[in-house]
Design a binder for this molecule. Structure first.
Ligand SMILES: Cc1ncc(COP(=O)(O)O)c(C=O)c1O
Length: 393
């Protein structure tokens, strides 16, 4: 992939050339143009903080309109928040779930979101019910397994749109329809969805949160919370500020003395990628790269171990892919951190390593700055080292 001037696309980012970057999914990466614009905004803020902060809520409202347009939702249905976790916490803290409330989640849920649910369930003397969904479950099976946990006590369903540990999608529209039929609110954790899905926010009567600083490449600290109608009316910001006379989403535009220049620079990321490459090009290019990386790395492992490293993720997603690690590697959450650090520090490749049901997985990402040679490098350099590491356990 090249820029419109014919330079390698990597030159639009500022990633260190001393590493191969295959983990866009965890923390994103901000294009140079948006970094530069955010620095300009910070300079403007520090040239006169009094003027800046008195008018900040108007700049936030303008940024909100830009993010909403990118997501394909009405600005009046969307608030900006600092990250997906903050959006989830705002929903948890705003809802009155009632004594004995049950929250339904899955065994693929993101740890921080799950722990927040346990905290809220304790507050109501309730519980969290976990739907056990096999990695390879299709949409119909996953929907049925989630809904099988719903009963009269269910006050909320929380479902990932794209999962973190298992890099798969869940059928959020089908679960939304089933949840509506039961009168149960659904909170969709769409942390990974912006940029990955053309229309990430489903039309539904629930809550949706998503990170713009992952695949959409906005400066970090940019996330959205979407809710419509009566659902929106109950939402209050996590931090009380001067938005209290207003309702959602204007109430969220007032954030006190916080540096939210990331929100104001987000539009620069969206526009620069659209103008220089096109978001649909990103989606097709990243899928093709992941297909390639998944095939060559899976084969390289299999040649050395004789094991099956291909993963059936049920509902796979374009720019994220899972490859089974050699048996014995990353079988616990703690070990997965050690394996990730080994790959980064000893082999100079940034990846994500995850654990699911006691098995370790490599989670590959792809973005516009990646090229086939990144995945070839992993297959040649990292695969033999990881097989050796597994053999030494
Ligand atoms: C599925 C999912 N939910 C929530 C989060 C939390 O995102 P953040 O740390 O930006 O709040 C992540 C982060 O990777 C995630 O993958």
């Amino acid at each position: 992939m090249t820029t419109p001037d014919g330079a390698p696309s990597l030159s639009d980012w500022t990633l260190t050339p001393s590493k191969v970057h295959l983990n866009h999914g965890s923390y994103g990466s901000v294009p140079r143009a948006a970094q530069e614009f955010q620095l300009e905004l910070k300079a403007r803020m520090d040239s006169n903080p009094c003027t800046w902060f008195m008018g900040q809520y108007k700049a936030v409202a303008a940024a909100r309109a830009e993010v909403a347009a990118f997501l394909g939702v009405e600005a009046q249905h969307m608030a900006l928040v600092l990250n997906a976790s903050a959006g989830v916490s705002a929903v948890y803290n705003s809802l009155d779930l009632g004594r004995g409330a049950e929250i339904v989640m899955t065994n693929h849920a993101y740890g921080a979101v799950l722990h927040g649910a346990y905290r809220i369930a304790r507050k109501y003397d309730g519980r969290v019910r976990i739907a056990q969904i096999p990695l390879e479950a299709d949409a119909e099976t996953a929907t049925a397994l989630v809904m099988a946990e719903v009963n009269d006590q269910t006050a909320l369903i929380v479902l990932d749109q794209i999962t973190s540990a298992t890099a798969r999608a869940f059928p959020v529209e089908a679960v939304a329809r089933a949840a509506e039929a039961h009168g149960v609110p659904l909170l969709v954790d769409g942390a990974h969805a912006p940029g990955v899905l053309e229309n990430p926010v489903p039309e539904f009567d629930g809550f949706w949160v998503g990170n713009l600083h992952k695949f959409a490449c906005a400066p970090r600290g940019t996330a959205a919370l979407v809710a419509r109608g009566d659902r929106a009316a109950c939402l209050t910001p996590l931090i009380d500020s001067w938005g209290f006379p207003y309702s959602f989403p204007e109430s969220f535009d007032h954030v006190g003395t916080q540096d939210v220049t990331s929100w104001m620079a987000a539009g620069t990321s969206f526009r620069s990628i659209e103008q220089r490459y096109g978001w649909s090009t990103f989606r097709s290019y990243a899928k093709a790269l992941c297909d390639y990386g998944e095939a060559i790395i899976g084969d390289a492992f299999a040649d050395l171990t004789g094991q099956n490293h291909k993963v059936d993720a049920g509902m796979p997603v374009g720019p994220l892919r899972l490859i089974r690690l050699p048996a014995g590697l990353a079988t616990t959450h703690e070990d997965s951190h050690d394996v990730r650090a080994f790959i980064s520090e000893r082999l100079d490749i940034e990846t994500a390593v995850t654990t699911f049901n006691g098995e370790g997985f490599l989670r590959l990402s792809a973005h516009l700055y990646n090229s086939p040679s990144d995945y070839e490098f992993f297959a040649e350099r990292a695969v033999p080292e990881l097989v050796r590491l597994a053999g030494s356990l």
